[in-house]
Design a protein around this ligand. Structure first.
Ligand code: HGY
Ligand code: MN
Ligand code: MN
Length: 430
């Protein structure tokens, strides 16, 4: 349902004039061309992006973003967990900043808008504000959070969760990727290429956080709307399950003597699908990664490790389903041994009405049709929500397709979201 009222954003007529003028300075072509330039780093043959956390491709993306920031007089900085900030100091450089951004890392078959849009919309908003001669009363920090996707290193949202204090730095630094490379090692290599950047403290005060992002779902496109005011983020629990059996000769070992870890994993996953079956189709149960060892055609599998990504908008339901996973695994393990490790447990959250009303008023001021929308996807805003007033702006993506190389959006929708962001930044930095 589109909001059509003419609620006024806060501020004096002069300030409103500045903010609408600034929003009008958002340049859809400039924003689009920056997406095209950023997509070259980690570009895949199918037109998508594979830019893993702390990879060479992400370092190239950092260089590009820092270069654009320096052209606007923004000061780059990082922190101990590998987040990137571009600071516009404003009138009172010591005041708590407003942060806006998202992430530059992608899924292996990712698109060119997931995460990148939030970072580039922040840059575009700052450039539009500068062109409108707006001087923020407090700093604005554009941010690119480290490892939002959780693809190379699991779980995701490492940068924002350590920044906010929800996760410990040492816990995150110890996580290893599929090649056994620890975050600490990858971070040291990455940081060496940016040794000139100041390293800011973690858990520093933040006045407010705004994140622009593609919806990664079909609702806005279906309603023909350019902007969604995000009401909250559904809950998500992630697990790693290891099934331990015994490698054996595929030709000489009778079934009765096998401890086949893959057959057990297949039974377990089928059992979990049944456990999570939902006639309302609200449960989101995904096994996205499955590793078999020794992964040889003539060896009975010795062990299998697979991931579980479980989500639901109702926290109680999510709690019930997640708490039942171990019992289902043990019931289906047969002669194998199974261990279940929970990697993350994030409840459903609702963003504060103050920020949602501000964003809706800004969209009204700009006469941009919009609707309230729940985020089914996870975002770094989850962790900023724990430490400051936080909100999100969605724009549609084609067919709701995301985490897919075909991910697509329109320049005009990207610009519309950036205009609402610009307008809101004026209000938050008066
Ligand atoms: O998985 C998610 O929800 C996010 O896109 N990383
Ligand atoms: Mn994202
Ligand atoms: Mn994503």
């Amino acid at each position: 349902m589109a909001a059509t009222g003419r609620a006024r954003g806060p501020g004096t007529d002069h300030e409103d004039l500045v903010s609408v003028t600034a929003a009008a300075r958002v340049d859809a072509r400039r924003l689009w061309l920056r997406h095209e330039a950023m997509a070259r780093h980690g570009a895949t043959a199918a037109g998508g992006v594979n830019r893993q956390a702390l990879s060479v491709q992400e370092a190239q993306a950092w260089q590009l973003l820092i270069g654009w920031g320096r052209e606007l007089g923004l000061m780059p900085a990082t922190d101990a967990v590998g987040n990137l900030f571009l600071r516009w100091p404003g009138r009172d450089p010591l005041a708590a900043p407003v942060l806006t951004g998202s992430h530059l890392d992608s899924q292996p078959t990712g698109g060119r808008f997931d995460g990148v849009y939030g970072v580039l919309a922040g840059l575009e908003a700052v450039q539009a504000l500068q062109e409108a001669a707006h001087v923020p009363a407090r700093p604005i920090d554009i941010v690119a959070w480290m490892n939002e996707e959780g693809s190379r290193f699991a779980p995701g949202m490492m940068g924002s969760s350590v920044f906010s204090g929800a996760r410990g730095l040492q816990e995150v630094l110890a996580v290893t990727d599929a090649d056994g490379v620890a975050v600490a090692e990858a971070l040291a290599d990455h940081a060496a290429a940016f040794a000139d950047l100041p390293c800011w403290p973690l858990q520093r005060p933040v006045h407010a956080y705004l994140e622009a992002h593609i919806e990664q779902g079909p609702l806005l496109e279906r309603e023909g709307l350019s902007v969604g005011i995000v009401t909250g983020i559904q809950g998500k629990r992630t697990f790693s399950v290891t099934v331990a059996g015994q490698e054996a000769h595929a030709g000489t070992t009778p079934s009765s003597q096998r401890q086949d870890a893959l057959l057990a994993a297949v039974r377990i996953i089928s059992g979990l699908v049944a456990w999570c079956h939902d006639p309302q189709d609200l449960v989101r149960f995904t096994v996205g990664r499955l590793d078999v060892l020794p992964n040889a055609p003539s060896v009975v599998p010795a062990s299998v490790r697979f991931s579980i990504d479980l989500r639901h908008p109702d926290s109680q339901r999510l709690c019930h389903l997640g708490d039942g996973i171990l019992a289902v695994c043990e019931a289906q393990a047969g002669p194998c041994r199974v261990t279940v490790t929970e990697l993350s447990n994030a409840q459903s959250l609702e963003f504060p009405a103050s920020i949602r009303q501000l964003l809706s008023a800004c969209a009204n001021d700009l006469q941009i049709s919009h609707m309230d929308i729940l985020s089914a996807a996870g975002h770094d805003a989850r962790y900023l929500h724990e430490v400051c007033p936080t909100g999100m702006i969605f724009v549609p993506c084609k067919g709701g397709v995301s985490h897919n190389e075909a991910e697509s959006a329109t320049a005009s929708d990207l610009a519309a979201g950036a205009r609402v962001l610009t307008q809101a930044l004026v209000a938050l930095t008066r």
